[in-house]
Design a protein around this ligand. Structure first.
Ligand SMILES: Cc1ncc(C[n+]2csc(CCOP(=O)(O)OP(=O)(O)O)c2C)c(N)n1
Ligand code: SF4
Ligand SMILES: [Mg+2]
Length: 288
């Protein structure tokens, strides 16, 4: 079998030692294992360090506005369901600026994969607090420590009805690549929040800090990822122990199933050369 190599030769503009390298490596591995080729994959991002990821992978890429990766990804998937659509976004980009898109696209449940590089900070803009910053964390802006309650992405996603919720750690590359492959193969909105140390601006949540805390949900005990109440408790664990793995999984109808999109010719394949737009314009002109 001819395995597609997703490795790009572009120069990588992340700090040496950044947790993003682990996520990039895990994603390359997952894509290789998926059997897909670059022209079957679309990587979508907004703005931030995490959002640079599509530049470093040999596949289709759409790099849009801060916080606006999800609407682009959803639209692309609805227009061309044969594409595997993956969003690479940051905690600021997805949970802050793009928070509304996050909530409502979980409800929409289009078949996309969303990887959040969660370094608990705004990395690109040099270290302000993000929605997932631990309370009391001191930055150049939050000089008395962050006063806001942190946002809980996994619990929020669960409450909003997401069918696939996982947490990974960039220091566990093989485990993360397995999670990413599961998410890519899942039919519906799949969220993977990835703990990603920012070695330059987050001196608290370091590789060591995470390594001392993370454990795999199904390591010592059987874990039933279909149990929603247990998943809610598990995804709220944060402190001395932090679970990684698939926290919740439920098979459910996607937007494409419910809307009938799956039974229609994809928009991208429709003949635009020979279609008569005047008919539609006339129709709407009469209605208004
Ligand atoms: C509309 C808009 N608002 C603010 C910014 C400035 N800005 C760029 S990246 C960023 C935060 C990125 O944080 P995150 O998504 O966590 O990504 P990271 O750099 O940490 O990977 C901000 C506020 C922008 N580019 N556009
Ligand atoms: S600022 Fe932080 S997140 Fe950005 S490249 Fe450097 S270490 Fe990584
Ligand atoms: Mg960030």
């Amino acid at each position: 079998m001819n395995i597609h190599d997703f490795k790009s030769t572009d120069e990588i503009a992340w700090c040496p030692g950044c947790g993003n390298f682990g996520i990039l490596g895990a994603l390359e591995l997952a894509l290789k294992k998926s059997g897909l080729s670059g022209n079957q994959v679309l990587l979508v991002s907004g703005i931030g360090q995490a959002a640079k990821t599509p530049h470093y992978i040999k596949a289709n890429c759409f790099n849009g506005l801060h916080g606006r990766a999800l609407p682009v990804a959803v639209a692309a998937k609805m227009a061309n369901r044969n594409l595997t659509v993956i969003v690479t976004t940051g905690d600021g980009d997805c949970y802050g600026e793009g928070g509304n898109h996050f909530l409502h696209n979980i409800r929409r449940n289009v078949d996309i994969t969303v990887i959040v590089h969660d370094n608990q900070i705004y990395g690109l803009t040099k270290g302000q607090a993000s929605p997932t910053t631990d309370p009391g964390f001191v930055t150049k802006v939050q000089t008395d420590g962050s006063l806001l309650q942190p946002f809980h992405p996994l619990q929020t996603a669960l409450a909003a009805g997401a069918g696939f919720i996982a947490r990974g750690f960039s220091g566990e590359k093989n485990h993360l690549s397995e999670l990413l492959l599961e998410a890519i193969n899942y039919r519906g909105f799949a969220l993977i929040d990835v703990l990603q140390p920012c070695v330059s601006f987050n001196k608290k949540n370091t590789f060591q800090w995470y390594s001392e805390r993370v454990y795999k949900v199904n390591e010592d005990v059987a874990y039933d990822s279909s149990d929603k109440e247990q998943a809610f408790r598990k995804s709220g664990e944060w402190g001395k122990r932090i679970p990684i793995g698939i926290i919740y999984r439920e098979e459910k109808a996607t937007y494409e199933d419910k809307s009938g999109l799956n039974n229609r010719e994809p928009l991208v394949d429709m003949d635009i050369e020979n279609s008569d737009i005047h008919k539609a314009l006339h129709h709407y002109a009469i209605l208004t």
